[in-house]
Design a protein around this ligand. Structure first.
Ligand SMILES: Cc1cc2nc3c(=O)[nH]c(=O)nc-3n(C[C@H](O)[C@H](O)[C@H](O)COP(=O)(O)OP(=O)(O)OC[C@H]3O[C@@H](n4cnc5c(N)ncnc54)[C@H](O)[C@@H]3O)c2cc1C
Length: 389
């Protein structure tokens, strides 16, 4: 039971109440008890994902007639927050399926949806979302992975992707590749659906990460991989626009994920402030301990309101603001929780030690905080460089 009274945390959330309860129970009863073990072993919790598929927690906003839950962006936000309260890696998997599922639902042909979307939502096939390359991180204009048309039909794909979530375990990937170098990212980049058991695909390594350690991340190498015409997802040349479109929802999801980590840190800090005694009384009696908790809960609520607004609008600037604020707050909150725990906050096996590590990536992936500030500042100032940067 959370030591933080629910009226302090809850704002009127218009998402589906039953869904919130299902996610809350699942996070408390199934995810949280496993989080420490998953962090220590870096194990991929396939059994949790099967249960989540049965509960309809994959493809939250994918229309029901395509096998999704048919929910709203608000539902998605609340699912991400709730799962992440259990363990951020589990929410991360939900977010990945949501992104690839949305791409397939919006741009996939009926055969592509049948082949990839339906089995993805049932967790029979696992996906990856492959944008980043050694020379292309914040600036996806640097993508060099190249898809060339073959005279006999179809495409060949050559290039390298790095830091790809699920790369070590995925069955297929949505891959961003250059189809027309002359036209650059506006019109010259496309998305391809690539089966990762195809000849020419390799996954040479798996990374070991600071946090969210049950989310497997690694590289993908494509060496003259032969693809059919039906591997192209959406229109040729529209890949950058498609990826950017789903990234707004992705950023909303990461705001939710960060909120879930913050709430777990807040719970742990509040419980410890009330139960740990020094100088003959609970440490929370000291304002030096109590006030940071007041700041945490205030910022949690502000971040949640910003995210709810972004879920309602689902526009790029609002989603960037929500991600920026929630993730930066999450990094601060987990550091505060470690401080309130004193020495034990630094010891493996204490939840706040893991939360501190899990939080750190949230200001980096799906666009760094600096990239969110760039998007928000351009909404205010426009492109002062005339579009050069
Ligand atoms: C655990 C993990 C999972 C990931 N999952 C995926 C995935 O599934 N798929 C995928 O495609 N990618 C994934 N990524 C990649 C991630 O999205 C990138 O790491 C991120 O976008 C930053 O790119 P970069 O690492 O190349 O940093 P860089 O772009 O090199 O940036 C380095 C620093 O410079 C700053 N910077 C760069 N340009 C500017 C500028 N113009 N103004 C101000 N500051 C700037 C950045 O904000 C950052 O602080 C993942 C990464 C990690 C670590």
């Amino acid at each position: 039971m959370s030591p933080v009274p629910s009226q302090v945390l809850d704002v009127a959330t218009p998402g589906d109440e039953l869904l919130r309860r299902v996610v809350g129970d699942f996070a408390r009863n199934r995810i949280r008890p496993l989080a420490g073990e998953l962090d220590a072993t870096e194990r991929f919790p396939a059994e949790l994902y099967r249960e989540m598929a049965e509960l309809g927690l994959f493809g939250v906003t994918v229309p029901a007639e395509l096998g999704g839950a048919g929910g709203t962006a608000l539902d998605y936000l609340s699912v991400m927050e709730g799962l992440s309260y259990g363990y951020a890696s589990v929410a991360d998997q939900c977010g990945l399926v949501e992104l690839v599922g949305t791409l397939l639902a919006e741009d996939g042909t009926p055969p592509q949806r049948e082949r990839y979307l339906a089995p993805l939502l049932r967790t029979e096939r696992r996906c990856a979302y492959a944008l980043t390359e050694p020379g292309a991180g914040s600036d996806l204009g640097g993508v060099r992975t190249r898809a060339r048309r073959r005279a006999s039909g179809g495409w060949t794909l050559t290039g390298e992707k790095i830091f790809i979530h699920n790369a070590p375990v995925a069955d297929f990937a949505a891959v961003l590749a250059v189809t027309d170098p002359e036209r650059g990212k506006r019109g010259g980049v496309s998305v391809f659906l690539v089966d990762l058991d195809a000849p020419g695909v390799s996954r040479p390594y798996r990374e070991h990460k600071m946090g969210q350690r049950a989310s497997p991340v690694g590289g993908l190498v494509f060496d003259e991989v032969v693809l059919g015409d039906d591997a192209l997802l959406g229109e040729e040349g529209q890949g950058f626009r498609a990826m950017m479109r789903v990234l707004a929802k992705g950023r909303l999801g990461i705001a939710g994920l960060a909120l879930g980590i913050s709430r777990a840190a807040l719970d742990a800090a509040a419980e410890h402030a009330a139960s740990r005694r020094q100088f003959g009384r609970p440490i929370g009696v000291n304002q030096a301990v109590a006030f940071p908790i007041a700041d945490m809960v205030t910022e949690y609520r502000a971040a949640l309101l910003l995210a709810l607004d972004a879920a309602r609008l689902l526009d790029s600037t609002a989603c960037s603001m929500a991600k920026l604020f929630a993730t930066e707050a999450c990094v601060r909150h987990t550091a505060t929780a470690v401080q309130i725990f004193g020495g034990s906050g630094y010891i493996q096996g204490y939840e706040v030690e893991r939360l501190y590590r899990d939080a750190r990536i949230t200001t980096i992936y799906e666009g760094t905080s600096e990239m969110q500030r760039l998007i928000v500042s351009r909404a205010v100032l426009g492109r002062l460089d005339g579009g050069a940067g």
